[in-house]
Ligand binder design. Sequence first.
Ligand code: OSB
Ligand code: MG
Length: 377
Amino acid sequence: MLKFERLEIREITLPLVHFFETSFGRTTVRRILLVRLFGQGAVGYGECTAPEGPFFSHETTGTAWHMLQDFLVPMLWKRKVDRASQVAALFDRVRGHPMAKAALETAAWDLEAKLHGIPLSRLLGGTRQKIACGVSIGIQDSPAQLLEKIAVELAAGYQRIKVKIKPGWDTHILERIRETFPAIRLMADANSAYTLNDLEHLKGLDRFDLMMVEQPLHHADLLDHSRLQQELKTPICLDESILQAEDVRKALALDSGRIVNVKLGRVGGYSEARKIHALARDRQVPLWCGGMLESGIGRAHNIALSSMEGFVLPGDVSASRRYFARDIITPWVEVDREGFIAVPEGPGIGFQPDWDYIDSLTCRRMEFAPPPEYLNT
Ligand code: OSB
Ligand code: MG
């Protein structure tokens, strides 16, 4: 039996060392919700990966706070569960809001691993001791700045480079990159910046030998991606279009893409991520772990997820220092010269939150306790 005895949610404000720009906008300061879940003498940590504005999906830091406070936290106490793997089902009645759900669900997984005294990666069945890392580099103010950033990340050892593209920042950028770095593992992420009207233009991407093109079309589409994939040699990787394993099943049936970016927040937590993992193994679909500019707690969860065997491609999980002048965990996440992150061996997520620093970043905080009948049975 897992007993959730107390819960804290807080919002922190954390500036990025460098702005991050995608086809849908620029982020300079993160507003992040952190979850602390107490039970049976242990504490689990979760992070809500919802961004500041509703431009990646409908969720924001603010909507997640509302969903957690008014709906999801009360549901956590409705029924006792034996395992963290049963937590996602407590939220079944709530449509959407996967990132808000995942903040609680991932904290429950960390808590369960700590109660067993084992690493979260082991509780998940992860088999890797180190994970392969790539970087995601946003749209820059000039092509020269992008090339400089790529050079820095390659020198640091990262195994693949992902660049953000949009109309007007695509072909000529990729041309410049290939002139300078002809043989690197390279991919491009459009965050839904194109439509099928751009079909001929998108076919031009085939000449850059990209590992994949990520989410070129509408965030909720599978059909147009299927049409595009039939015309492209480059594999399509789906990000925004995949919210559950069922979406992967449909995408494979339609051949809408051949690679899946898994994000814990976007799919509502580990339960759904594991369903996607099982399906991908059956169908031999390569997976990799995406990122949402997470602080150390979310990053630690991404490392645990990436330790599972189906995560065969380098993910967007990279070192703390690429994002923040100071991370909220110790030790910070570091990448070795070959572009790997070591999977921690301590209990749970395997990193310690730096509470003094987190306190200094906190702008709101709320504590929740279960109803008496939950604690008494
Ligand atoms: O589409 O993968 C994306 C960041 C914010 C929102 C969406 C995406 C991203 C990234 C960055 O690409 C991944 C990271 O470095 O955390
Ligand atoms: Mg993406």
